[in-house]
Every structure is written in structure tokens, then in C-alpha cells.
Design a protein around this ligand. Structure first.
Ligand code: ADP
Ligand code: MG
Length: 255
């Protein structure tokens, strides 16, 4: 579904040049859930923006569903850490934004929007405005918006990073459920080691800038996974491998 070959991204500014991503090659199968973890500033968001076709690559190539990415990919849903909800639009209208922008028939998608809202526990909030919602609810709306046109690929950039711990756990459970039902290809960026392992088939650990792939870990735990899976020895082994990678970068060093 995604084929990334020898990808490199150099931000060439007037003041400074930043090599954000270097030599990244990665294949993601259709329906695979891939988590990407890595230190802050290592190029995770840059990588995602390039996959979405929203940021040009410096060299190397990206294919999505067999087609070279040369501009914005349409068959994709994106969720950012800071939700991009429009305050003056109702919840329903926020979800239907892409439909309006794409000039698709709103009537056909309205029922789907209501269904999605119900699935994330927000039935009855169709007419609410974003300011009336908690952070977790806003991210649920963002997820519905990313799913409304039924994209084959979902890109999520630290979507739960700003949420409190309990809400975050609930969002993990809900996202897992939705992913199991739909089995869309997922590229999920996170800072959280447990979150990366909990959700993924494959965890990619990126090195500090320039971001390269330092480690690729296959997570072989049956689904649906319960939160308590985090207390099992198997889960501990996966987390330890990721921590060890961070320690090899000189991070998370204990004495
Ligand atoms: N639009 C941009 N222009 C110049 N430099 C950028 C731009 N976006 C990101 N960078 C730089 O690229 C590096 C990687 O950033 P980013 O992809 O946001 O990392 P991450 O998401 O892993 O924290 C950082 O050093 C950042 O300052
Ligand atoms: Mg980022």
C-alpha cells in the first residue's frame, strides 16, 4: 500500500539547512498497522507529510497504492495532534468538510457521518460546536472526519498526544476497535512506547535527526488486545526493545 524508497528530505532555508529524513525505505502492506516512534524532531511529521503528498521529497520515491506520489493524495485520511476543527462549523459540518470541499453529494455522506459519530460515542453531538467538546471528544470528531470518505489509508500524527492518560487509554481501545472493523492501512505516529506496541503490527523506531529507521519490530500479539496486555511479559519484551533503541541514541539513560 505504501512503498517508500531511499527517501530524503532536506529543508533548505535561507538561515539553515536541515536534513530531516535520510535514507528511509519502508513497505507497508494493505491493512497493516504501522506505528512510528522516535525522538522529537527526528522527522516523523515530515515523513507523514511526504506520504500524504503535502510536502515534496528531496530525493527517493513514495508510492501509495501503486501510484507515485506527486501531489496531495486523495484516498487518505489525516488526523493531527492539534485538531483542525473549524470553530464556526457544527460537529456534523466539520465531519462533512471534506465532502463539501470535494463537492461530493452531502446527502449520501450525512448518514455515514452520524453513524461514525455514534461509533465513537458521540451520538447526539451532531449540532454541537467544537468549543463545547473536551479534547478527547474533539479528537473523536477529527477521527470521524478522517474516515468520512472511507479512505484506504489513514495517517495519524500523535493524535492522542495532548490528551490525559485515561482518555488516551480509551482512545486506544476505540481506535483498535475501528481498525479491526475496517482494516485500513495505518501509519500512526506516537511518542508513547506502550501506545506504539499496543496498536501495531509493526513498530518502526526512528533515530534522532536525520531520521532513519533504527529498528523494525513485529508485534505478534492477538487482537483484540486488552489494556492489561501491557502487563504481560511479551509486551514487556517489545517495550524493552524500543527503550533499548532509545538508549542507543543516548536517551532514557538510567544510572
Ligand atoms: N517546514 C519546515 N521548514 C524547515 N524545517 C522544518 C520544517 N518542518 C520541519 N522542519 C525541521 O525538520 C526536522 C524534523 O521535524 P519534524 O518532522 O516535525 O519532526 P518530528 O515530527 O519527528 O518531531 C526538525 O528539525 C524541524 O525543525
Ligand atoms: Mg511531529
Amino acid at each position: 500500500m505504501i512503498r517508500i524508497t531511499d527517501l530524503r528530505k532536506l529543508y533548505a532555508g535561507r538561515e539553515r539547512q536541515t536534513l530531516a529524513v535520510d535514507g528511509v525505505s519502508l513497505d507497508v502492506k494493505a491493512g497493516e498497522f504501522v506505528s512510528v516512534v522516535g525522538p522529537s524532531g527526528c522527522g516523523k511529521s515530515t515523513l507523514m507529510m511526504m506520504v500524504a503528498g503535502l510536502e515534496p521529497v528531496s530525493s527517493g520515491s513514495i508510492e501509495v497504492a501503486g501510484a507515485a506520489v506527486r501531489g496531495p493524495v486523495t484516498d487518505v485520511g489525516i488526523v493531527f495532534q492539534r485538531d483542525a476543527l473549524l470553530e464556526w462549523r457544527s460537529v456534523l459540518d466539520n465531519i462533512l468538510l471534506q465532502i463539501d470541499v470535494r463537492r461530493l453529494r452531502r446527502r449520501e455522506y450525512e448518514a455515514r457521518a452520524r453513524e461514525l459519530l455514534a461509533r465513537v460515542g458521540l451520538a447526539g453531538f451532531e449540532d454541537a460546536h467544537p468549543r463545547e467538546l473536551s479534547g478527547g471528544m474533539r479528537q473523536r470528531v477529527s477521527l470521524c472526519r478522517a474516515l468520512i470518505h472511507d479512505p484506504s489509508l489513514l495517517l495519524m500524527d500523535e493524535p492522542f498526544g495532548a490528551l490525559d492518560a485515561l482518555t488516551r487509554e480509551q482512545m486506544n481501545l476505540d481506535l483498535q476497535k475501528i481498525w479491526i472493523e475496517h482494516k485500513r492501512t495505518m501509519l500512526f505516529i506516537t511518542h508513547s512506547i506502550w501506545e506504539a506496541v499496543f496498536l501495531a503490527d509493526t513498530v518502526i523506531v526512528m533515530s534522532p535527526r536525520p531520521g532513519r529507521i533504527a529498528e523494525r519490530i513485529t508485534v505478534d500479539l492477538p487482537r483484540p488486545r486488552r489494556l492489561a496486555v501491557r502487563e504481560t511479559p511479551e509486551f514487556g519484551v517489545y517495550s524493552a526493545r524500543i527503550r533499548a533503541a532509545f538508549q542507543s541514541f543516548g536517551m532514557l539513560v538510567e544510572d
